[in-house]
Ligand binder design. Structure first.
Ligand code: RIB
Ligand code: CA
Length: 313
């Protein structure tokens, strides 16, 4: 089905530096109509991720886009955050304007249900944080995720094959690990899922040169995103990591330029038993439940992001 332009899009995430770049990329594209932003616990507590979403929309002069706060905690496990990567604020040490417009009173899960039912088959949902809001929506209204035209998820780590599969535990990626039961519900929803795991996002490396590429777009948003990537590189260097990855913006790039990627049908499940394997995503035999994205054009992704940021103030 040829998507209608502009694409109606909803962004659910845990801003978070790479979520922020994703959101600003969407806002910089005239062929993306951002219906709403919903926030979840994840990189930082819900209060911080929600504040950051509101501040980012002010930065982009798009406070017309509504923000809905969602899950304060995962469905079952105890909350985990990532201050070592994203700082206590969720956006590192990068300053943001104080947001004006208040968050809406409707819970993110309720807003997702309302919007997906109002436009069945039309909305692409980008999910760049733990999947708690999506899972809550599916539990409240079974089948609602199948109303999305497509759900593009950054999460998990599949078929990497290397000894280190994860980025949060040796086997688990953060979004999957932070709410594995939610991830399980979304994988089992029957929705049109595209899954971008670490096996994919690690093909789009973050370097000082890439930070400069975003900073040099000439817009305030570009300078802000360049600063976010530099802050991210500073933080992972302290952890002994040399290579970062542009995880979340790959979801926007897949929506807006699918030709930059290769995918294959796969069945992916997540381990929810406590212990060393909690949050590990595994590829198994059986009926496919995702379009697993396996190859990315790094140069093309950065060109798309940089061009979009250059369209902003
Ligand atoms: O593992 C990377 C993912 O976890 C990204 O979405 C990042 O923002 C964090 O949420
Ligand atoms: Ca994220």
């Amino acid at each position: 089905m040829t998507p209608s332009l502009p694409h109606p899009v909803w962004h659910d995430g845990d801003p978070g530096s790479d979520d922020a770049i994703t959101l600003l990329t969407l806002l910089g594209r005239l062929d993306a109509h951002l219906l709403g932003v919903s926030t979840t616990h994840g990189n930082a507590p819900l209060s911080a991720t929600t504040h950051n979403a509101r501040a980012l929309l002010l930065l982009a002069q798009r406070e017309d886009v509504p923000v809905y706060a969602g899950a304060l905690t995962p469905l079952v496990r105890e909350p985990v955050f990532a201050p070592q990567i994203h700082g206590v604020t969720g956006l590192g040490d990068v300053e943001l304007p104080t947001p004006g417009r208040e968050v809406r009173s409707e819970h993110a899960a309720a807003a997702l249900i309302r919007q997906l039912c109002a436009q069945p088959g039309e909305i692409t949902l980008l999910a760049t944080g733990p999947l708690s809001n999506l899972a809550l929506a599916e539990r409240l209204r079974p089948g609602v995720l199948r109303q999305a035209r497509q759900i593009i998820v950054m999460g998990g780590s599949v078929d990497v094959g290397a000894p280190k599969l994860g980025n949060t535990t040796p086997r688990a990626e953060f979004n999957a690990y932070a709410d594995p039961h939610a991830f399980h519900i979304v994988l089992g929803s029957g929705a049109n899922l595209s899954l971008l795991g670490l096996n994919l996002t690690r093909q789009v490396a973050v370097t000082r040169a890439r930070a400069a590429q975003l900073r040099d777009t000439g817009s305030q948003a570009g300078r802000f995103c360049g600063a976010l990537l530099d802050d991210y590189l500073d933080r992972i260097a302290k952890l002994g990591q040399t290579a970062g990855a542009l995880h979340d913006p790959c979801t926007a790039a897949l929506l807006l330029a699918p030709e930059l990627f290769e995918s294959e049908a796969a069945r992916v499940e997540i381990l929810t038993d406590s212990g060393d394997h909690l949050g590990e995503t595994v590829r198994v035999e059986g009926e496919p439940n995702v379009s697993l994205v396996i190859k990315a054009d790094e140069v093309g992704v950065y060109e798309l992001v940089a061009t979009a940021l250059g369209h902003l103030a």
